[in-house]
Design a protein around this ligand. Structure first.
Ligand SMILES: C[S@@+](CC[C@H](N)C(=O)[O-])C[C@H]1O[C@@H](n2cnc3c(N)ncnc32)[C@H](O)[C@@H]1O
Length: 375
């Protein structure tokens, strides 16, 4: 079987490394996804334990399509009786990237018709469509001329973590935060600080990474309704992963933020995460960082306020002063930072005395952002 896990564009290598480490496979990277050959067991394991992937799909088709006619013909050539049981409902979700004379809704409608016709031809049964709560979700994407059809084995994206206990208007996606922690090179024996922690996503994801937490254990997954998945196999893997967690391990992870509201949200999320003492959150301004810290810091990982989103009046001055304060309080620590204003932040890092070791571009929906690590 071939599966693909989705991630954010620019973080495919991080997802591939995690998939490889968890499953012992060699994933192939593509834009915002990683493909891998594996078993149903691998699919269940990745859904339950994966920290950097958003969804996992069983690949049904990967081919070239130039027209809506091609899309319908290719989708109609598949046998859906192996993935949808008689009596189950289904829905098609479609994405489209590139320039085409039709929309993603047209693709979803064409594939939906193809699924119904192909299933009826193979079994004599007319499948029910349920767009809101389908038993099986067929996903397709047309990226330029590459057409993929898959079965969503995850359901709602894994980036929707169980611990979120409040709203922060600039909260980072947990799978991006988790990837940043990995990119920073942090090890569980080291200390990690986010001086702009907001709702606490980066420190919480560091704890999840450090304690080997399986986020998917704390939710239901679409695969539980899939005909090719045995419930006992899911139960066995759940038990193994549950035993693998190191919830009692001592970690040194800190998150500070100038906003008492943000820190209150972070503390509530820590409490609903069940990760106990793994993280310390406190209210504090980055300019007072040297007074807030009681121990040495090895890695700083953060996303400071984005200019537009956080209405910064003088972004460059803010970044220079903030990075100087971090350098002064944590002189030995590397700094992994996510930002959108590339030129401004790179200049500010340099002015504050940092040398950029690596930088990558990532796409967060419509926003282009960068992750750089400096020392
Ligand atoms: C982009 S948000 C961080 C979001 C966070 N990563 C999350 O997932 O919720 C930036 C944060 O920086 C905080 N902030 C702004 N100025 C600050 C300062 N001088 N010192 C510390 N925190 C500050 C804001 O309150 C905001 O929560």
């Amino acid at each position: 079987m071939i599966f693909f896990g989705t991630t954010f564009s620019g973080l495919e290598d991080v997802a591939a490394a995690e998939v490889s480490g968890l499953l012992g496979v060699e994933p192939e990277r593509d834009v915002a996804k990683v493909f891998f050959k594996g078993s149903v067991k691998d699919c269940i394991t990745l859904n339950l334990a994966g920290q950097t992937v958003n969804r996992v799909f069983l690949l049904l088709l990967r081919d070239k399509a130039e027209s809506l006619g091609d899309v319908e013909r290719l989708a109609g050539s598949l046998d859906y009786t192996e993935v949808i049981e008689r009596g189950q409902s289904f829905a098609v979700r479609a994405d489209r990237i590139g320039s085409h004379p039709f929309t993603s809704l047209d693709i979803a409608a064409a594939v939906g018709k193809a699924v119904i016709d192909s299933y009826a031809a193979a079994s004599g049964v007319r499948l029910k469509v349920n767009l809101r709560e389908p038993d099986v979700e067929i996903y397709c994407i047309l990226r330029n001329e590459e057409f993929l059809v898959g079965v969503n084995t995850t359901g709602e994206s894994l980036h929707r973590r169980w611990y979120r206990a409040g709203y922060h208007r600039a909260a980072l996606s947990p799978t991006v935060a988790n990837s940043m922690v990995r990119l920073s090179g942090w090890k569980r024996s080291q200390s990690l600080l986010d001086p702009f922690c907001g709702s606490g996503t980066i420190p919480l994801e560091a704890a999840i990474h450090g304690l080997c937490i399986s986020p998917g254990l704390r939710r239901t997954l679409a695969l539980e309704k899939l005909v090719f998945v045995e419930p006992e196999e899911v139960e066995n893997i759940r038990e193994t992963l549950w035993r693998r967690e190191r919830r009692d391990e001592k970690l040194t992870i800190m998150g500070f933020d100038a906003s008492p509201h943000a820190v209150a949200v972070a503390k509530s999320s820590l409490s609903s995460s069940g990760l106990g003492e793994a993280v310390r959150f406190a209210v504090g301004d980055v300019y007072a960082l040297d007074r807030l810290l009681t121990s040495n810091v090895d890695r700083v990982v953060c996303n400071p306020p984005f200019g537009l989103r956080m209405r910064l009046r003088q972004p460059e001055r803010f970044y220079v002063e903030a990075f100087k304060a971090v350098k002064n309080a944590c002189p030995e620590a590397s700094l992994t930072v996510l930002f959108s204003k590339q030129a401004v932040v790179l200049r500010a890092l340099e002015t504050a005395g940092y040398s950029v070791l690596s930088m990558r571009k990532i796409l967060l929906g419509p926003i282009t952002a960068y992750i750089a690590t400096s020392v």
